[in-house]
Write a protein that binds this ligand. Sequence first.
Ligand code: BG6
Length: 476
Amino acid sequence: MNKTFPKSFMFGGAIAANQAEGAFDVDGKGLSTADIQPYLPNVPKTELHFNNMDSKTFEDYVNGDYYYPKRNGVHFYARYKEYIDSLANMDFQTLRLSIAWTRIFPNGDEAEPNEKGLQFYRDLFTYMHEKGIEPIITINHYELPLNLVTKYGGWANHELIDLFVKYSKVLLDNFHEQVKYWIVINQINLIHFEAFASLGILEDKVANYTQTKFQAVHHQFVASAEVTEYAHKIDSNLQMGVMLADSHTEPNTPSPEDVLLSYKRDRMQYFFGDVPILGEYPQYALNFFADEGIKLDIRPGELEVIKANTSDFLCISYYYSSVVDATKDTMDPGTTTSNKYIKANEWGWGVNPSGLYVCMSKYWDRYRVPMMIGENGFGFNDVLTDDKKVHDDYRISYTADHLKALRDAIDDGADIFAYCSWGPFDIISAGTAEMSKRYGFVYVDYNDFGEGDGKLYQKDSGTWYKGVIDARGANL
Ligand code: BG6
């Protein structure tokens, strides 16, 4: 018999509003940045990414004759009870999910919130509690009201701080009795890959792209601190978290150059946790900004707000690890070398469970705050058999290996309170807007064009995951 996970540990999953809800124009919802991401089947999968699209044709994409999968999602807005039931059938204890800013403030800058949007989430959280599923909420997961991009220039604009804080306060006022755990911003560090999704910034629309992105993140830091301050003021029970996509690297060889590059790269990723958790801009980051010619506009009082309102917990998403080779890679996180010791999936994502042990242990050693896994999973083009089964042994072994690595990190002292597997029922992919990149324990019968009857079928991995939850991991 193996060790079980701690008693209070929650097993669950995670989704984002824009990848699941659909109903993009229902009940007063406004258009978001996610709603304009087209489906582009002819672009190679490894290159296909919204931020990699030719930004010169941004307007064409917005107005063009494309299919926009996230406008329909998997109809979670209309069918949330069926989906929550499918998770309850696997004895889920938690679901991390986000709120669509555009349901609450359709254009992001209205004076009053949209009551219909608030009512949807109130009903959803009530239903989740009835089913014994604890909501963990991401306030902003890769979607901005489109108006905040076209009129304000996204998070590069200082005004976004107040607009976001206002939106967050409405959520906290309305839901603090239903929701204890809040993640303010999804993967705040992924500005290199997700500058449009996360910050609402397109490269060709700004003069100095790198500086603009770090300025925008500064605004997110300030906004997060203000939201944390407000949350603690209205309800001291609330737990406010920062989220990072783990981006740690391994040196390609033991050469001093590879080791140094790997270390410096990792530290510039820790930067995104250091500011909200330790409460300060670290010296190595200030030096990096000086070297890169980046000058941040930091206004009076902002550093004090950051210092006084640090995050209560750290949420990590972990899918794969990366290798750096100093002969060709640089400080730019977009440059990596493939790891010849691990296998990659169809989308180039390498599988490395021990990397999860390593990174969680390192985060614990550095921060000493409670942590959770907010995302982990293996996207695969699953096959639904004629008798409506999905035999996804690959997903079982991926999840088992990662859960074992997580348990080892806990055994060695890390305080980790939840594991949320990404997309526990199939949803639209964030990067490629495909339905066929499936992560779920539950198969959702829609194709890339939203066609299909949408019926739900528990995969082999779902039956297996239920067993893990029921045994609290003793059977891993
Ligand atoms: C994370 C995002 O980076 O990766 C999710 O927070 C996303 O929104 C997940 O879905 C998996 O990426 P993809 O592109 O395979 O959906």
